[in-house]
Design a protein around this ligand. Structure first.
Ligand code: SR1
Ligand code: MG
Length: 406
């Protein structure tokens, strides 16, 4: 009887045994194999297992408590969800996700391709590195993995089976709380507000009733619009990059939701990179980020419309004008969720290092105010955000307004 027949929280030594046991034919050198915990996310344990003969894999293991907070517990089923969606995404968008070698619902662990030759995108952007392929790659990934899982393309009963299999209530609840409620109400008293911006946040987020109404509508869209199989947490900490490759990972928040949630997350996290670049005076980098934001939106639109024509199977979805209506709703959602991601990473409990590492007090204040003004514009005027340039213009307007508010 194997020790891996019953769940326990594995440590490095167990992980070595686990990799040998689960991947016996990987060619491991048993003398030199080691495991090192390398995770810096909020939820799971991530080990790199390697030997001196050049073999390596990543073992991702879900604990019952979250790393970000011992008090938060979330079903370890998230590991199955992550493994199964990576396998599906590899089918719809090959080469954009790590290969899954095996997954295990007993130990809530999966073993996947080691992408150590890539860099975590958030950290690369914080070094002000640029990635000319990124907009093209991420839009191919999003259009292929999202549109292909909608009712526009999929046989409807098969789609509903996927909806069932990817019901992810506990991780969705985290998003419903952390992204779509707490930044506006601080109802769980765990927001992290940068002290010098306290009054600003009170006025702009906590006291703005018109904003609350719009975010309420957006929250109910998130909960009720089972449009496509989302990644569900598509920020720059869920993407590995190198100059000639982009890999999306960590889709444990996957569920059937509104497409704009994934696209908006990408745009908002590029804005955090821009904040960081502005604070550092990295002009060329900031120009690249703005160009990339513009391209992400515009390429997404072009590829989406083309893929819709090529792949739509639902007879009514082919009705004249439907494709444009469908896309318009996605674009409004994209603006809305760009806004909600900007706000929640600025004042909520899960923040981003792009902004929190800005050491100069005034510059960080300015970055946060820019994010919040831009977020409100995206949320309140979401039906007017139709092209990439609309986002660049909104960032510029927000930065000007933030400067005046200081
Ligand atoms: C409690 S988990 C906090 C955040 O980390 C994840 O990456 C998600 O973005 C979540 O909201
Ligand atoms: Mg994550």
């Amino acid at each position: 009887m194997s020790k891996f027949n019953e769940y326990f929280l594995m440590k490095s030594d167990d992980i070595v045994e686990y990799a040998l046991y689960k991947l016996p034919d990987f060619g491991w050198d048993k003398e030199s194999i080691t495991a090192k915990e390398i995770g810096d996310g909020n939820l799971n344990y991530v080990f790199k297992v390697s030997d001196d003969k050049g073999h390596s894999v990543i073992v991702k293991h879900a604990g019952t408590n979250l790393r970000i907070s011992e008090e938060m517990t979330v079903s370890v089923d998230r590991n199955r969800i992550e493994s199964e969606i990576l396998i599906l995404q590899d089918k719809y968008a090959p080469n954009y996700v790590p290969k899954i070698y095996m997954y295990d619902t007993v130990m809530s662990a999966c073993i996947m391709e080691d992408l150590s030759d890539h860099q975590l995108m958030r950290y690369a952007l914080m070094e002000h590195k640029t990635f000319p392929r990124f907009a093209d790659d991420i839009t191919t990934f999003m259009v292929n993995s999202l549109l292909m899982t909608t009712d526009v393309v999929m046989e409807h009963k098969a789609k509903k089976e996927l909806v069932k299999s990817f019901i992810n209530p506990e991780l969705c609840e985290i998003t419903e709380d952390l992204v779509l409620t707490e930044p506006y109400l601080n109802n769980n008293n765990r927001n992290l507000v940068f002290e010098p911006n306290k009054e600003f946040v009170q006025k702009e987020l906590y006291d703005d009733k018109a904003l609350h109404l719009e975010v309420a509508k957006i929250k109910f869209d998130f909960m009720n619009n089972a449009q496509a199989l989302l990644h569900g947490d598509l920020h720059t900490g869920s993407i590995f990059v190198k100059q000639d490759s982009t890999k999306v990972f960590d889709p444990e928040f996957a569920f059937y939701g509104p497409i704009g949630y994934d696209v908006g997350n990408v745009i908002a996290n590029l804005i955090f990179a821009w904040d960081n670049g502005i604070a550092a005076g990295a002009t060329e980098f900031c120009d690249w980020v703005l160009k990339t934001i513009e391209q992400v939106l515009d390429m997404f639109i072009d590829k989406f419309l083309k893929a819709f024509d090529e792949n739509a199977t639902d007879l009514m979805a082919k009705a004249e004008g439907f494709k444009e209506e469908y896309l318009n709703a996605i674009l409004a959602g994209t603006a809305a969720y760009t806004g909600t991601e900007l706000n929640r990473r600025t004042v909520g409990m899960a923040q981003v290092k792009d902004v929190t590492t800005i050491a100069d007090k005034e510059k960080r204040m300015l970055a946060e105010r820019t994010n919040i003004y831009c977020a409100k514009d995206c949320i309140m005027n979401r039906n007017s955000f139709k092209t990439g340039k609309d986002y660049v213009d909104a960032i510029m307007r927000a930065a000007e307004k933030a400067k005046k508010s200081m």
